[in-house]
Design a protein around this ligand. Structure first.
Ligand code: ZN
Length: 111
């Protein structure tokens, strides 16, 4: 049963409870359950607190890591940069994105 179906059944329960004289507690019970389920539905639409925290984290620019693959004129040549969040690998001077194309991490090219 989905939350939506559960809400429908509870609404029906509530209406039938109204027709009886001992239905008052049952009505309250249904109302509370409907309220709780609706909150769950809203919460799912917004996303979890964890997802929100992650989205905020990704908006904070982070410096990429570099990886070299050899030496040229005695200096290390860094031809790969690595996303600090998802460790996605990109080519230096070619894939110069403001955001990681794999995870959306904002990148700080100054630091
Ligand atoms: Zn990434």
């Amino acid at each position: 049963m989905t939350e939506k179906e559960a809400i429908s059944y509870l609404e029906i329960e509530k209406i039938s409870a109204e027709e009886t004289s001992v239905g008052k507690i049952k009505i309250q019970m249904c109302e509370e359950a409907i309220k709780a389920l609706r909150e769950v539905q809203e919460y799912r639409e917004i996303g979890t607190a964890e997802e929100c925290r992650e989205a905020v984290e990704k908006q904070k620019p982070k410096s990429p890591d570099y990886e070299g693959d050899g030496y040229a004129d005695g200096e290390m040549v860094y031809d790969t940069w690595i996303c600090p969040n998802c460790r996605g690998r990109y080519e230096v001077d070619y894939d110069d994105y403001d955001y990681c194309q794999k995870c959306g991490q904002k990148l700080d090219w100054e630091g």
